[in-house]
Design a protein around this ligand. Structure first.
Ligand SMILES: *Cc1c(COP(=O)(O)O)cnc(C)c1O
Length: 489
């Protein structure tokens, strides 16, 4: 009782008139906010007239070595610095002629959703509130898209790299029991299997999980670009014979190099018979489920135990928006849940609504990624997103046909979905890397490179919803022009 009365009766006056961070004059703030929004709209409306990408000049690079800003600065001045030093020198993936790596183009709706989410500042780690209901809706939609049961669980995360890591942890706990979460792996010798062209983040996931990337067996691929199932079976059998514990097969739906898709139904059979966890890395390929024409290529994904994919690639949701979906919610939860006094659950009030998202992944505090996904899917509808899948795949075929007609160029891999790998005949590794950089620095187009059968080649991934045939023509014309230029030297 006494402790409270010992406090001084009056608090000392604060020296600053306002201690909070809200504006003194909301009308000034409104004006600058509206100006920012208009600038973004103008920028997006005129994307096509801008270079795809431009390197940062040295003056801009050096602007990023300022001291910690102790004193306040007018927002208008800070915004000016953004317009000068950041906006013109971003990745360029919004642009229709960005074709490097696998980057989504984003959308106006996604941008607006980001703004609204920022305004709400919700924390989706847990507790009972509508943003979590929104995320759960998005997860149910993801499950529906994949042909998973309605009670599958899932989480929005940064990207497929994180989702794959979480899937490895779920599969590990499922194979060895929850005891390994406290006791560690000890001398459990787990092994995992994936196609030779699997994304590097899967090996890294095994590394981070403490299993070690050497535990990943890379299975040779057949003519269709997918894992050879006979080799998979003999490799698993050989590992078992050596006393190892096969626990995970990672199928790929849309490989990063060429867009190849494993025989997912065959993998589902194999995993059922071998009793190992069947995970699918469908980073961008999952969205092909929204296309009636492409969906059959992914048959079998609905039988997997878990799927990792990105909304920020083919679904055009702004970065970042990855997703993990797990068929068995109990297995998912068993890998992450950890009770804590300060996270106690109740049946009413804000602490209700258990289980919480923090019971299904490594993050406690989490942003409202779900809003931009929900708003994108709701506004455009899955039919339109499926049409983007069809159109970008058709553009990849158009690109391959143009390459076939150019005597100087040759495709070096089959076109499975929306990725085309090609080379300049007679050109060496350096020439291909040089042409990619020339196109990027010229602001003309942004392909990337990869290595196919030991040689560096050009690679175009048509992911952006804004890309048209004339953008493909610009890429080809640019490659031919730079190839000719370097030949003359
Ligand atoms: C992009 C990609 C990843 C990595 O996803 P992030 O969202 O960048 O973490 C993994 N696998 C494949 C096949 C990919 O295309």
């Amino acid at each position: 009782m006494t402790a409270f009365s010992e406090f001084p009766p009056a608090l000392p006056a604060l020296s600053h008139p306002r201690s909070d961070l809200d504006p003194l004059d909301w009308s000034d703030m409104r004006a600058i906010g509206h100006r920012m929004l208009d600038d973004v709209f103008n920028d997006l409306e005129n994307l096509r007239d801008q270079p795809v990408w431009q390197p940062m000049p040295d003056t801009v690079r050096s602007a990023w070595h300022a001291k910690l800003p102790q004193a306040p600065t007018e927002l208008a001045i800070v915004y000016k610095a953004y317009c000068r030093d950041i906006a013109p020198y971003a990745t360029g993936n919004r642009h229709p002629r960005f074709m490097g790596w696998v980057h989504g183009g984003g959308s106006v709706v996604g941008m607006l959703a980001e703004m609204l989410a920022g305004g709400l500042n919700a924390n989706l780690g847990g507790r009972d509130h509508a943003p979590i209901a929104c995320e759960q809706q998005v997860i149910r939609w993801a499950a529906e898209m994949l042909g998973f049961p309605d009670d599958a669980s899932g989480l929005l995360v940064t990207g497929t790299s994180m989702a794959n890591l979480m899937a490895v942890l779920v599969a590990r706990t499922d194979a060895l029991g929850e005891g390994i979460r406290t006791g560690g792996l000890a001398d459990a010798a787990l092994t995992a299997y994936a196609a030779a062209g699997v994304h590097g983040c899967v090996a890294r996931a095994l590394d981070i999980a403490g299993i070690g990337s050497d535990a990943l067996r890379l299975i040779a691929c057949g003519a269709d670009g997918g894992m050879d199932l006979a080799t998979l079976r003999t490799t698993i059998a050989a590992d078992r014979a050596h006393g190892l514990t096969p626990f995970l097969v990672v199928g790929t739906a849309g490989s990063v190099d060429t867009g190849a898709i494993d025989d997912l139904a065959g993998l589902a059979d194999c995993c059922a018979e071998q009793e190992v966890w069947f995970h699918v890395d469908a980073a961008y390929g999952a969205i092909a489920m929204l296309s009636d024409a492409k969906k059959p290529l992914l048959t079998g994904i609905e039988r997997s135990d878990s799927v990792a994919f990105d909304f920020h690639k083919w679904a055009q949701v702004p970065y970042d928006a990855g997703c993990l979906v797990v068929r068995c919610a109990a297995s998912h939860r068993a890998a992450f849940e950890r009770p804590a006094n300060y996270l106690k659950r109740e049946t009413r009030g804000l602490a209700a609504g258990s289980p919480w998202p923090c019971d299904f992944g490594p993050d406690l505090s989490r942003g409202f990624r779900a809003l931009k996904v929900w708003m994108t899917l709701s506004t455009y509808g899955t039919d339109r997103l499926g049409q983007i899948v069809d159109r970008t795949c058709a553009l990849a075929v158009y690109l391959a046909e143009r390459i076939a007609r150019e005597p100087l160029l040759a495709c070096v891999a089959p076109v499975h979905l929306n990725i085309v790998c090609f080379r300049v005949r007679g050109g060496d590794d350096t020439l291909h890397a040089t042409i990619a950089a020339d196109l990027q620095e010229g602001g003309i187009a942004a392909p990337s490179t990869t290595r196919i059968e030991g040689r560096v080649v050009l690679r175009a991934a048509i992911v952006n919803h804004r890309t048209r045939e004339d953008d493909i023509d610009a890429l080809i014309d640019g490659v031919i022009a730079f190839a000719a230029l370097h030949r003359q030297r």
